[in-house]
Design a protein around this ligand. Structure first.
Ligand code: CP
Ligand code: NVA
Length: 298
């Protein structure tokens, strides 16, 4: 039997994703429903920093009556060059599921190929699908279904933007993307979903008619050295109160966090009433719990 992995949103059907989001909201209201027997163990391999993703997985496993084992790159053999294929087979012999945060998406794909237990993408340079479960859950909880709505992505065509492109396909919404020249999302991915996407260089155009406005940092993990040059390239792409005023009057604001107030988002927008970033962060735990339950009880 082939193992089901969660490497991008494309690994699941729309029905499966909607089921997980609905279950996440249910578990949020009734945490006592979340128990898995026999007890399960999740392995966590993180080659980049994390607060929310790691915490969400560890707390979720506790609440599911299971456990999580964290392997930091610096002190595991993977960090010293043990082949990914060998590590995948060793971990699969001891844990029930593995979540990986790494750089090249290809590395995650290779790990999954050799893993006989489900593998979850906890963020790669190219995709961050777990964040999208929380974002859609948060939208649904505040406003109802996201199907047929318009989302504006302002800024870097990065891993989060790519997962928003996949989400537009899976959850049936329109995605307006505004990014500076040279920072557009992957052209092949855009082309695959071109019927859902509108690209522009103008944040003001992108937010017109938007029900949700989203941004992310201008320099992602691994791009720290480009930070100063990126600050210059992204001038004019800050989500501030004037930009939010051009979106629909009931538009929400989201950011996966961590945020840089005064760069990609103004402090007043991040801390405003239509900003739902704290619920979005909390929902990482509920949605990842529902994801694990789904993967391990099929
Ligand atoms: N949003 C997100 O993935 O946060 P962390 O990097 O803290 O996990
Ligand atoms: N684009 C950001 C997301 C952090 C959660 C990064 O990859 O660093």
């Amino acid at each position: 039997m082939s193992v089901k992995h969660f490497l991008t949103l494309q690994d699941f059907s729309s029905d499966e994703l909607n089921h997980i989001i609905q279950r996440a909201s249910e578990l949020k209201k009734n945490p006592e429903l979340a128990v898995m027997q026999p007890r399960k163990t999740l392995g966590l391999i993180f080659e980049k920093s994390s607060t929310r993703t790691r915490l969400a997985f560890e707390v979720a496993m506790n609440q599911l009556d299971g456990s999580a084992v964290f392997l930091a790159n610096a002190d595991s053999q993977l960090g010293r060059g043990e082949p990914i294929e060998d590590s995948a087979r060793v971990l699969a012999g001891m844990v029930d599921c593995v979540a990986i945060r790494t750089f090249e998406h290809e590395k995650l794909v290779r790990f999954a190929e050799y893993s006989s237990v489900p593998v979850i993408n906890a963020l790669t340079d190219d995709f961050h699908p777990c964040q999208l479960l929380a974002d859609v859950q948060t939208y649904v909880e505040h406003r109802s279904s996201i199907a047929g709505k318009t989302v504006a992505w302002i800024g870097d065509g990065n891993n989060m933007c790519h997962s928003y492109i996949n989400a537009a396909d899976k959850f049936d919404f329109q995605l307006n993307i505004a990014s500076p020249e040279g920072f557009e999302p992957n052209a092949e991915l855009v082309n695959t979903h071109k019927n859902r996407i509108q690209l522009s260089r103008d944040p003001k155009t992108a937010v017109l008619g938007a029900d949700l406005v989203v941004t992310d940092v201008w320099a992602s993990m691994g791009q720290e050295e480009e930070k100063n040059q990126r600050l210059a390239s992204f001038a004019g792409f800050q989500v501030d109160a004037q930009l939010m005023a051009l979106a629909n009057s009931d538009a929400l604001f989201m950011h996966c966090l961590p945020a840089h107030r005064g760069e990609e988002v103004s402090a007043s927008v991040l801390d405003a009433q239509d900003s739902v970033v704290w619920d979005e962060a909390e929902n990482r735990m509920h949605s990842q719990k529902a994801l694990i339950e789904f993967l391990l009880t099929q």
